[in-house]
Write a protein that binds this ligand. Sequence first.
Ligand code: 13P
Length: 341
Amino acid sequence: MNLQELEKTARALVAPGKGILAADESFGTIGKRFEAVGIESSEENRRQYREMLFTTPGIGEYLSGVILFDETIRQEASDGRPLSKVLEEQGIIPGIKVDKSTVNMPLSPDEKFTQGLDGLAERLAEYRELGARFTKWRAVITIGEGIPTRSCVEANAEALAMYAAFAQDHDLVPIIEPEVLIDGDHSIERCYEVTEWTLHETFDEVHEHGVELSGLLLKPNMVISGKNSSEQAGVEQVARATVECLLRTVPPAVPGIVFLSGGQTDLQATQHLNSMNSLYEGLPWELSFSYARALQGQPMELWGGSTDKVEAAQKAFAHRAKMNSAARNGRYSEKMEQEAA
Ligand code: 13P
């Protein structure tokens, strides 16, 4: 393990004013997102869509890294350059999702377990050859009647830590993503409790597996009200609950925390990140973003699969990235949204 390289990459991924685009939707997920806006999910459409995002002028000013899907890291832009090379030329570090998605937990089908440890070492070696410098593994924790179970939280935490050990062993920065889902009618307090538990277990396992904290990033959910809860916490409450929870669970040696958007609207995801960065000073880690939906919603809809919409879609994408870049420093305001419009 080359810890110096790992630390350098991890710090570059949370450089001031920059965050990560998660563009690593699996076939199933991109299919659902495309279908919702009337795009056919063919290999060529997926390639063109991602080329549109990655060739957006000036995007390297706001993005430090992009998480790719297996298919994408093997694809080329229309001019023949590998898509990972397109990113590098924008000053963006290519990363890769390496988990193999979830299955229902045995004997507890309302919960998920993330697979992908078999053959992981070989896949990591190939991804490094293909240009990846960091990786991501997503675990899913569901809140509901009698769940999560201890079995689910522990099994997923151990898999996350094991994956992180494999990744560091291959000089690839692991982004560990234990996502407590927003789905359900639970309160923000319940989300806090489950997120705190999940993060405790995760960092416990990270320690057990000898993973270096300074060479990894954490990608957590924010502490937020369940989507169907009748009581929705406001922006400042979410910001405070999230940071207080992280202060009690994430060791200061971790260089950065990059949130997922997890079904929040584009604006909410930006406002929450901005609020955390403006309310708190001198936190031990950088607070940044690794959004998929909250960065891609509008550009995907505008693009709609047509070449004459590329410019409009790229403009919307650059705008969203710029807003989140401002939120990184707590300098975002609603006024900035209107200025662009
Ligand atoms: P969202 O921002 O859409 O939650 O996606 C982030 C991600 O990478 C989920 O694995």
